[in-house]
Structures are given as structure tokens and as C-alpha cells.
Design a protein. Sequence first.
Length: 582
Amino acid sequence: MSAPIRVLPPVLQNQIAAGEVVERPANVAKELIENSLDAGATRIEINLENGGQGLIQVQDNGHGLAAEDIPLALTRHATSKIQGIEDLVRIASLGFRGEALPSIASVSRLSFASAPAGVEAGHEVEVAFGEMASEGPVALQTGTRIQVRDLFSNTPARLKFLKTQATETRRCQETVFKIALAHLDKEFTLSIQGRNQLHLVKHQALPQRLAAVWPQQVIDGLLPLQGERHGLQVEGVIGSPRTAQGRAQRIHFFINGRPVQDKILLKALREGYKGALLSKEYPQAVLFLTLPLEEVDINVHPAKSEVRFRDERSVAGLVCTTVRNALEKCDPSQAVLGEAPATQSSVQAPQAAAPKFGTFHEYLESADAPSPQTRARYTSSSPNTPQTETAPQIRESGPASREPAYLGQVASTYLLVDDGQGLLLVDQHAAHERILFNALRQQHDGVEQQLLALPLELALQPGERERFQDVALQLRQMGFSCSLVESSLLSVQAIPASLATDQARALLRDILGGKERSVDDMRVVLACRIAIKAGDPLSRDEALHLLQAWEQSQERFYCPHGRPVAVRFGPGDLERLFKRGQ
């Protein structure tokens, strides 16, 4: 016989709620700081001991609570932040559930002291693991001070899931810093074991506040962005693709001032960087989205860290487009050599457009024009260019003039150019990939084909056969004409004109065994296959023609995989390398 249904004791209710709201000390710090901000505080002090398990203290100069309101604040679902059901649709405050304080008090020793303006003394209430311990007057200036001690001491099962003190301390620091990014007009002080670790003054600019934690190299590469569409706004900063990293630890999203984690926003951010990052890289970003309150549901997760958008596509599209526009305004060829500041004697080269290496028409008609074989190697895959454009004559070398000058090839891989702003190193394979990829994109009517005298036959594994059925249309758009003649035999009658038979066979194996789904993804694979390789020696004519084709290409500073194509060492960079002026 089953046990009868009964109402759980209030302490047990609060502990269950605590399991949803308070997973670790950082969650406690977040809830207390958000309460301070909702109370109008302009100065917030946080103290931590023993990773937050020993002590979390948050003191503010907000409006404070009257003595009779403090016990209510420690009661479940008691709040001043919402009045009716309609308020749940337009939540403007950071906290609103009325669960955080009673949940925290049920798994700790909590002291709540507060004083509103105009009173002679504040009032303090102490709760020990959900039970009222004492209350009375306390000397306190206007504001609130909450102390949380011995967190999870009464729930050993929860306590054992905490990480080391160092790890929990770091997570608390990250939480404080993330909240501080959304409130540049507030002052935050973080002390750990009684020592000041972080002090953020009021009215800092966003890069200035980020510089308190982020490396200077990242700060120097930050790009501002701003966009608006249909009542949605996004602003903030993003990192240069050259400072990308292997983890997403420096990506912060805020919705109407609230820090959130959202896969849709992360995907949109990465889509905006598409072609400028490798698939395993993450950029830095701090993005603030502002949208009507009724357009976002923040009441999805007990910890309020997840949201749901009414129109996901519009939000994602705005983020992606704004990020892409910001990246187009930067000069990604600038070298990133380290964090050392430029010396006074360093010459700061201005950011400018890519160097002009001359038009195709001018070069092809010159006395130095390459052979028909060399010309076909690049021109057949190069985008069309205006025939009337003029450009400076290409020189072999010579520092006297500021015209672009091709200097030579290094390690049969890198092309060296004096572009008037410094030394430009161009990766020949990556540059040719970009040229070919752009050309393939322009061939809307399909890639030029070559018919095979004898069909190329490939035996397929079961997974490859299913994959072919998924991408058959894309393969036709790529220039392949192929069909299944048996359940496991693929017959190829035509291949792209730019491929040899062996290259076509290898490319088909790559596509049928890979994850590429879109035509663009397959174009990347094709461009990589047919591009010149690292280690291929190039004659002067070939190198010049490749540089001209690359200079005319869109998105030329990154290959289709997202690797950089060129790096510029400006005069200041070279001086630092040789330790001049130090």
C-alpha cells in the first residue's frame, strides 16, 4: 500500500527549492548581488572565504528594508517585484520569484541585516538552516548586508559535489565579473580571504572594465558593434579573430541587462565569424541585447540563466549580421605578436585597404605576362575584374618607394610583400583557396563539367550510400554527374572540369565520408583540393598573378576554413622583434 499524500514541511520545501536555485556558492553570490541591484545599490562589496562555503557576504548601499519586511523576505514566494499574473510577461527586475533567500537560508547560517533611509538603527534577522535563530537591532548604514556561512553543512550529499576551494572561488569571481559588465555605472569590490582581489569603479567604459580581467592583447583587438532591427538592439564588443581561443569562456550574453546562456545566440555569434575562425575556435564577445519585455521569456529556468525568444530567427539574424558588419571594418592582416606596448619610437601604421597589385588586364597585357599554362592555373578560377582600373606598377623590390613590392617566396609556402605599411606575409595555399572558393560561389549555373570516357566507379559502404542519397543534389551543383547503378556501386559520368580523375575520386570520398551538408561546405573541400599547396615552388610570374587574384577577392584575409591568409608586421612590430628603442 502506498504512503498517503501529505504536504512537505516548509524546511524540506525550501531545501528542494535550493537544489534548483543554489547549486554552488557562485549561485548564492549571483542571487544576492542581483537583489542589491534591484534595491538600487550603486556600490556593492562582496567578501568570500573558503571558496564561498565558509562565507559569502554581500553588502550594498541600496534602499534597504524595514524591520517588518525582513522576515517576509525570508518567506517563500514573498516578493515586491511582481504584483499580478501580467507582470510575469513583462519582468524588468533581476529577481522576482521570491525563492532565493529562503532557499539559501535552508542550507546555511544566514544573517540578514538592513536599514532603510532615515532610521536610527537597522534590523537583523538570523536563520540557521531554515529555522529562525534570533533578531534585533543592529548598527548599519542605509543599505543591506547579507552573510551566508557554512553553506550546505546540513546537506552533506550536496557538499561533496562541490569542487575544490580554488575552483569554487574562481566561479564566484567569474559570476561577480559577469554581472559587473552589465552595470558599468556601479562600483564593485571583491575580497577573498580578507584581501582585495577586484575593484571596479563607477562609470567605466566596457573595454576598461574588461581590462581588469582579460589580457591586454585581447583588449587591444576588441571591435565595437551596434545594430538595430524591428525594435531589437544589440551592442557591445567582439574580439579580433586573431585572438580566438579553444574555449568559450570569454563569451558573455546579456538580455535586457540580465546575463544568460543561450545556444541560439552562441550559434548566431559563430555564424557571424564564419570564414574567419576555425571550427574548433571561439571568439571573445560581450553582447547586450535589448528587446521588448514581452518578446522574451526569462521565467524558463529556476536560476534565470536561460531564456526563450518569441522570434528566435530575428534575434539570431540581427546578432549574426551585426557581428559580420563589425568584422568587415577591421584590418585582420595586422600581426599579433604579444602584449608588449609600442615604444615611443615605433611608427604606428594606419589601417588601410589591402595593397593594390594591379589589375588582371594590365598584368596579362604586360611584357611579364605568364605563360598560358600559368594564366589558366589562376584566371580560370578567378572572379571577373573591371578592365578600366589602374594600379601602381609592380616592382620586384626596393625600399625607396612606398608602392607595393613582391619580395619573394619563403619555404615554398609564404609570399613576402612590402605593401608600404610593413612586411606582408601571404600563405599561398590559403590565398588560392579563397580565390577558388569565391569563384565557385559565383558559378550559379553550375560548375563546368568534363565528361569521362569511362565512368568512374566507387564501391560504397552502407553509410556512404545513405550519405550519397542525402547530398546527391549538392553534388550535381558541384559539377558531378553520378548515380547508383547497384545498391553499393556509384557510377560517375562527369566531374568538375578543374579536377583530375584522382582528385575527383578523393573529393567524393571526403564528401561521402564527412559531415559537409551544404553546397558551401562542399565548395570548401573542392577549393582545398585544387588549390596550390604549401611547399609548391612558384615562379615570380605565378606569385604575382596569385597575389593579384587574391587582392581582388572578397573576404580575402581568411581562407574558407577560417585560417588567416595574411599577416602584416608593421614598423612597430619589427622594432619590438629586434628590441629597438627599449
